[in-house]
Design a protein around this ligand. Structure first.
Ligand code: ADP
Length: 159
């Protein structure tokens, strides 16, 4: 039987427990979830693509069901390359909705065979974003519980 592949794209700069929560939910929907780090990111990233990939690898390990990739160019092109039929995105607050809706509708127009699905993380992660975690870590605040321990240590080293 054909394997169902989902693509979970993001900046993951850095990986948070919110991302991991979405990932574990996506696992229930697909046989394989490809985590895809966006390379052509207009935001100034704190960690290089390699560092971000390493941080994810440290947590998810070498599971063939959870490959880690990076890509540049159109998301739907990459989805087709990895034979994904689902694109997974996480929704936190209403503020995520408008941008995500636009992206999902544009991607559907570009690739009608790919469905975007939105997942909600645990409530306790509903305010967690990489951006906020970086801000807090930069100001020497404690991010324990919001990111994996290995990411927390890397943040400490970076700042
Ligand atoms: P992007 O820059 O593409 O938004 P992010 O790494 O910030 O990349 O996020 C990747 C995806 O994970 C997005 O769909 C985002 O909404 C989702 N996400 C991030 N943090 C959380 C969280 N705490 N709860 C639910 N979804 C989240």
């Amino acid at each position: 039987m054909a394997q169902r592949v989902a693509l979970y794209p993001g900046s993951f700069d850095p990986l948070t427990n919110g991302h991991l929560d979405i990932l574990s939910r996506a696992r229930r929907l697909a046989d394989r979830v490809v985590m895809a780090i966006v390379e052509n990111d207009s935001k100034e990233p704190l960690f290089s693509v390699e560092e971000r990939s390493e941080m994810i690898r440290e947590i998810v390990g070498d599971d063939p069901a959870l490959p880690i990739r990076s890509f540049s160019g159109l998301l739907v092109d990459f989805a087709q390359e990895v034979e994904a039929t689902l694109i997974v995105r996480g929704l936190r607050a209403v503020s995520d909705y408008e941008y995500e809706l636009q992206m999902a509708l544009m991607n559907r127009r570009l690739a009608p065979g790919i469905e975007t699905v939105f997942l909600m993380a645990k409530e306790e992660y509903s305010y967690v974003s990489s951006r906020l975690v970086k801000e807090v870590a930069k100001l020497k605040g404690d991010v324990t519980g919001l990111v994996p321990n290995s990411v927390r240590i890397r943040l400490q080293q970076r700042f």
